[in-house]
Design a protein around this ligand. Structure first.
Ligand code: OOG
Ligand code: NI
Length: 268
């Protein structure tokens, strides 16, 4: 058991700085909103391979130690993913998904297991693992091979362990009346939105409306060459009150299914 040395606020600060290094557009968008409002983060999301020691529950372990509780599970049949979300009394939600390795080709499974075998599984439970990035050496050839079977698998292989997005809570912005206005503002400032399933995922009736930018492209050093590939994105979420008057605090699988595509290459 690792002794927690950082507060959960410090962990989020470190995750945010790591994320901004990969997604400088997020800082530009944050600053645009922050001129008139104090931006509040709704949630972050992590991705992993569903292999022993690297599963959703393993990635969550420093969060559980910091007071997070598991809330709900999700399944994404077509993308071959499963996920859980975690909540804390005073911190943003955390969504963690994992690739169902067993559903992939033998070749992809072998490649992914070879990456996972390079990880010191004791390091996974450390707080710093949540912003540690890629814990393995990987070639651009392996990246490309995984990309043929799963954009998600290739993303995890290239970027590892760090939030793939932060999320602006639209509920906490005073300058916009709707998610459509937020989207227009983001587009007017020159940022491309993920249009898979439409710009807005979800409806007021499902209590959650979401949109996201397309991931920034960054140059990633692989073991052989460097390549410019999609990294991290920024999300915008508007939560609606349920019949009991409380804001909905979960996720919507059919919307999440489209949000995952924010890290697809634009040509796809
Ligand atoms: C997570 C996608 C799901 C949401 O808000 O529905 C999600 C991911 O892209 O890894 O964050
Ligand atoms: Ni999200």
């Amino acid at each position: 058991m690792n002794t927690p040395t950082q507060s959960i606020e410090q962990i989020f600060e470190n995750m945010w700085n790591d994320y901004l290094a990969l997604n400088p557009d997020a800082l530009k968008i944050f600053n645009l909103f922050n001129q008139k409002d104090t931006v509040v983060n709704d949630h972050v999301a992590f991705r992993t391979f569903g292999l022993p020691g690297l599963r959703v529950e393993d990635i969550a372990s420093p969060l559980i130690e910091a007071g997070y509780k598991e809330v709900e599970s999700y399944n994404f049949e077509k993308k071959k993913l499963r996920a859980k979300h975690y909540a804390h009394p005073s911190m943003p939600l955390v969504f963690i998904s994992e690739l169902k390795i067993e559903e992939f080709s033998d070749e992809a499974q072998t490649l992914i297991k070879q990456l996972a075998s390079q990880v010191d599984l004791n390091s996974v439970k450390a707080q710093s693992f949540l912003y540690s990035g890629r814990p393995w050496s990987v070639s651009s050839e392996v990246y490309e091979r995984l990309l043929e079977e799963s954009e998600y698998a290739a993303w995890v292989a290239a970027f590892g362990y760090r939030p793939n997005h932060f999320t602006v809570s639209i509920n906490d912005l005073t300058q916009f009346q709707s998610i459509q206005q937020v989207n227009q503002f983001v587009k007017d400032n020159g940022f491309a939105l993920n249009v898979s399933g439409g710009e807005v995922k979800g409806t007021p009736e499902s209590f959650l409306e979401q949109s996201s930018t397309m991931a920034n492209s960054v140059e990633v050093k692989f073991s052989d060459i460097s390549k410019t590939i999609p990294s991290c994105f920024y999300e915008f979420a508007l939560r609606h009150p349920m019949a009991n008057g409380e804001l909905f605090k979960g996720f919507i699988a059919s919307s999440a299914d489209k949000i995952f595509e924010s890290t697809n290459s634009k040509a796809a």
